[in-house]
Write a protein that binds this ligand. Structure first.
Ligand SMILES: [Fe+2]
Length: 198
């Protein structure tokens, strides 16, 4: 006989851990309900939470508005699925930045080693799937000048936990006047305000 596993009521459920994802089969998650229950935990500038934190890949839910002006570059692919509202994903192509509008219901794929920056207005919800990075792999948080598009800083680090480390790397950069000044035109990259509706 086929056994049907029933999900425990929301109140009885333990917070999801990396260990759960790596070792056991969990009941299905109602994504909308999970987002509502975890809403208060999404913190700027990135406003992301792990839905699954697996061995091979991890899945994040990301709500808007975010408040970031960095580009992310890593030697692996990223998959975006936009659940609610429209976002913009900025892609560095050669010396320029190209904006891709990703509308509600659309999916988007970023190849490895492509610098990209998601711009998420308020009341948007998206899912992003990323590959687990092997130990010792480097990844980059890159800032370009808002004015002349020159490279301002490329922060290269071993990133164990992107939820914690990314936010800290950005906060450190924005608060350092020497680092955030464009060497080409003198413009200062500012800590951005949360994204406004498009
Ligand atoms: Fe500049």
């Amino acid at each position: 006989m086929v056994q049907v596993a029933e999900a425990p009521p929301a109140a009885a459920r333990k917070p999801f851990s990396a260990e759960d994802a790596r070792s056991s089969v969990l009941p299905p998650i109602n994504l909308q309900r999970w987002i509502e229950e975890n809403r208060h935990l999404f913190k700027p500038p990135v406003s992301n939470r792990y839905l699954y934190d697996g061995r091979d890949f991890f899945v994040m839910v990301i709500v808007g508005p975010n408040a970031r002006n960095d580009f992310h570059l890593v030697n692996s692919e990223e998959y975006f699925y936009q659940l609610k509202g429209d976002i913009k994903v900025r892609i560095r192509e050669g010396d320029h930045i190209v904006d891709h509008l990703v509308r509600e219901g659309e999916t988007f794929f970023v190849p490895a080693n492509v610098a990209h920056a998601p711009v998420r207005p308020p009341d948007t919800i998206g899912v992003v799937v990323e590959k687990r990075r092997p130990a010792g792999e480097r990844e980059h948080v890159i800032f370009y000048c808002d004015k002349c598009e020159a490279l301002v800083e490329d922060i290269d680090f071993d990133c164990g936990d992107i939820v914690q480390h990314f936010s800290q790397a950005m906060l450190d950069f924005w608060s350092d006047d020497a680092r955030r000044t464009c060497k080409q035109c003198g413009h200062k990259v500012a800590k951005p305000e949360p994204v406004k509706p498009f």
